[in-house]
Design a protein around this ligand. Structure first.
Ligand code: ADP
Length: 488
């Protein structure tokens, strides 16, 4: 099958979270199953830097093209390469005005957030790019709000284009809470017929809502875990789109993300101090010692090291972490925290570190290599998310023998089996349910107590490390959805 991936992020070129990880690894698993995948992403400054740093030269494939849509026109340049380490074609859409900015999601210089305009341009440029490069997909796989316009464009007559005549669309929700909301005036920048300004199209309570349109017009919709697929159909977690999702439940499926088991492999990880694998965890102890040394924390026996790696936003339960962490440290834990995001959270975490110089370090920033060292060196990974569509961190932790403590929501509930004292044959972590720092603390404290029971702990680590977290299983489920899309 010919599959077109349209995405705002691709790891390792430019990512801010799980969307990038998925779009950097699912195409590889699909290619292994024999599919012909092409990826389109914007040529951000970050992408330019990634290719320059890695000595990759990009080919400009056709002369710059004017993309016309609505009453807009902007120039697109298409650069071609392959997804690193593969021969999967990757096409980068360049336009300095829209994409040459300090960060992937930077607003315009004057502070105006022109996300709707930038990604309308990107989606239009993908369509033109397919025509210019002779790409005729069977399935257009769009991801999150940034490319939600593609299923809408396909519905709105794009099938009149030779290249898209047989195309069907699959739309994946990675995070329902970022919907691509714009003002009524921005509807004009989408280049859609006025009949799409309707509650059963992209209009949502007087605003433009691109994700809503993607959900309505895609042939099939997926999200990144079975539990999240159920949660988003509830009023509490549906972020205003639960009604639409309930009414379209017949085309909504939850497919758990996999992880890139090559990038995240403790036996081969170039970032960590000492390799290790299931059944041989000496390297994990050495990696812990190295991490403690790096942060000038003293190694103490029977003292668990807590890790936390995250965007610092409400979603990730930072309020719970800030409330419970001092007590965890008082109960004898050490902690290394890596994150960036809202300044109020950054400051509160830095404040805790300053108050606990002997046991806690906080690094503000985005550092992939350090993330690897923390997954390898920590004993326990904390993940008190308020909601979590899938979550990758807990899967990386499981693979690195680091026992997760999670709030049992979304993909965390689908991947972490909490230890209850009687299920040591299957358990791989600890969990809590109520959004409450006391419950988070209690679950972590239980993990800390069990950490001292070395036999049970080792079993929890082994259970996690033995799990099949690869993309292969998920890729087969996506394959089924692509087939369904062809008949819907
Ligand atoms: P989300 O997509 O909601 O941010 P996920 O758990 O799905 O959450 O994916 C997070 C990804 O981003 C993981 O690969 C994680 O290691 C990475 N990550 C998050 N914050 C940082 C950071 N500050 N430094 C390095 N990697 C980070």
């Amino acid at each position: 099958m010919k599959i077109l991936f349209a995405t705002a992020e691709v790891s390792p070129i430019a990512k801010t979270g799980g969307l990038g990880d998925v779009c950097g690894s699912l195409p590889k698993a699909l290619a292994k199953l024999g599919h012909d995948v092409t990826i389109f992403m914007p040529y951000y400054r970050e992408a330019h830097e990634w290719f320059a740093n890695n000595g990759v030269t990009l080919d400009e494939v056709v002369p710059p093209m004017y993309i016309n849509w609505g009453n807009w026109a902007a120039e697109a340049t298409y650069l071609r390469t392959t997804l690193p380490g593969t021969d999967i074609p990757l096409v980068l859409v360049a336009n300095d005005y829209f994409f040459n900015r300090p960060h992937i999601y930077s607003a315009r210089l004057d502070g105006y957030d022109d996300g709707i305009e930038r990604f309308s341009f990107f989606c239009r440029a993908i369509i033109r790019g397919c025509e210019l490069l002779g790409i005729a997909p069977d399935v257009v796989h769009a991801h999150d709000w940034h490319t939600a316009l593609l299923p809408i464009y396909l519905h709105s007559g794009l099938r009149g284009s030779e290249n898209f005549r047989g195309a069907r669309s699959v739309y994946t929700i990675h995070n329902l809470n970022y919907q691509g909301i714009g003002t009524r005036r921005q509807f004009a920048t989408l280049g859609l017929h006025s009949r799409y300004w309707a509650p059963d199209a992209v209009e949502h309570f007087g605003d433009v809502n691109l994700m809503k349109g993607g959900i309505i017009f895609a042939n099939q919709v997926t999200t990144v875990s079975p539990a999240y697929a159920k949660e988003i159909q509830t009023h509490e977690m549906g972020a205003g789109l639960d009604g639409i999702l309930r009414s379209l439940f017949f085309k909504l499926h939850g497919i758990l993300n996999g992880i890139d088991v090559h990038e995240w492999d403790p036996a081969e990880d170039p970032h960590i101090a000492s390799p290790f694998h299931l059944g041989h965890l000496a390297g994990k102890s050495l990696s812990k010692r190295a991490l403690l040394r790096e942060f000038k924390l003293t190694h103490k026996s029977r003292t668990p090291l807590l890790g936390f790696i995250s965007r610092l936003t409400d979603q990730k339960g930072i309020d719970l972490l800030i409330a419970a962490l001092p007590q965890m440290l008082a109960a004898g834990a050490q902690a290394v925290i890596l994150g960036s995001g809202e300044p109020r959270f950054e400051n509160a975490l830095l404040h805790i570190a300053a108050q606990h110089p002997d046991s806690c370090r906080v690094v503000i920033g985005f550092d992939n290599a350090l993330a690897h060292r923390i997954y390898a060196g920590a004993d326990i990974l904390l993940m008190p998310s308020i909601y979590e569509p899938c979550g990758l961190n807990q899967m990386y932790a499981l693979r690195y023998g680091t026992v997760p403590v999670v709030r049992l929501t979304g993909g965390l509930a689908d991947t972490v089996i909490p230890f209850n004292g009687a299920n040591l044959d299957t358990a791989n972590g600890f969990g809590f349910i109520a959004v409450n720092p006391a419950d988070f603390y209690t679950a972590t404290w239980l993990a800390m107590l069990n950490y001292r029971e070395s036999k049970a702990w080792r079993q929890l680590q082994d259970n996690g490390m033995a799990a099949d977290l690869s993309w292969e299983r998920s890729a087969r489920e996506y394959e089924t959805i692509y087939h369904r899309a062809q008949f819907s």
